[in-house]
Ligand binder design. Sequence first.
Ligand SMILES: Nc1nc2c(ncn2[C@@H]2O[C@H](COP(=O)(O)OP(=O)(O)OP(=O)(O)O)[C@@H](O)[C@H]2O)c(=O)[nH]1
Ligand SMILES: [Mg+2]
Ligand SMILES: [Zn+2]
Length: 370
Amino acid sequence: MSKNKISSSKFDKYLQEEEFFLKDKKKYRKQRKQKSKLDRSKYKKTDLQKQKKVLPKTNHFKKGLVLSIFGEEINVRFNKKHFRCSLRGLLKKEKTKNKNILAVGDRVFITIKNDQGVIEDIEPRVSILSRTDEKRKKQSIIAVNIDQVLITSSIDQPRFKPFLIDRYIIATHKGNMHPIILINKIDLLKKLKLKEKQKFQNFIKIYKKLGYKILALSFKEKVGLNSLLKVMKNKTSVFSGQSGTGKSSLINAVLHTKLKTGSLIKKTYKGAHITTKSELVEIKTGGFCIDTPGIKSFGIWDLKIEDIKDYFFEFKKFKNCKYENCLHLEEPNCKIKEALDKKKISSLRFDSYRSLIKEAIDKKRTSNYE
Ligand SMILES: Nc1nc2c(ncn2[C@@H]2O[C@H](COP(=O)(O)OP(=O)(O)OP(=O)(O)O)[C@@H](O)[C@H]2O)c(=O)[nH]1
Ligand SMILES: [Mg+2]
Ligand SMILES: [Zn+2]
């Protein structure tokens, strides 16, 4: 199907601007500058900076790159060859808050014997995308050493979830990476009810104003794929999001890979969790990309109540709440609530902020009782 089919209305056209901001570069730069001035989160230490970096003791070993992990099966690339590796027992015994010791994207020190490798040590990571494993109360590492997270959503099937996108944005900043929002399946736009369309239009407007890069895509109708490849070039990107949003389909389309894809669950239009392991793919023209399994829920690892407001950087300019430690919930004389009433802060972002705060408060409460 051609691009024109979905460009019937003004809004559809608006969506098809390949990169919303780059079209208007000057304005974009100005917005970024303003955002950067307001964004205190860049002065915050990321989780990575907080970690003590221990230099590997194993400099003389061969240095490989972890391409995929499936149970005990670890696939490492060294010297353009792939080796099946196991993990040195000592590493397994290390006590950490992490659910998984190793992740795709890890740079590892290995020894090789008869084409079998042993991972002796792991290089300190420069960035980590992770979430909370609620059952085990541990950090579940999705991928590491990444430049940018391609937060993959779909306009529908599965349903578009702005709150989830905010969670990803925070986890991305926390883990020392750059977020890019992918909105796939824009071919389904014409099927949406007017109210849904308006909600979606509102999202684009708000996030564009905040300075986030958004790519509107359709794997099915081949919309925006060149822009996607362009942002991936010479970068390490990870595709992450709900199951069924089209992560593997998009990677296959731009990199000509043969990652497994699958249809949605019939009644619910939810994803069927087709991808079961993360996999790193090399981009021939430069860079890497990681496909990951779809997630069911996204709890941000180690998110402190008092830190949440820093990630909603547009709140910063509204100072002087009555209480210095105001959480902007039910407190009197709250400047954020005032700004919300005057529509200077979007209710979408505020509701997202509030849900994170409430969740963090609940978590703290339950952990105090444990
Ligand atoms: N209508 C429409 N369907 C799409 C589009 N992109 C992908 N799909 C379909 O969505 C379904 C799921 O695609 P996948 O690529 O397997 O999704 P995924 O995000 O990798 O899913 P998991 O591996 O389960 O996390 C498939 O049936 C695709 O054909 C699109 O742009 N439009
Ligand atoms: Mg997949
Ligand atoms: Zn307040």
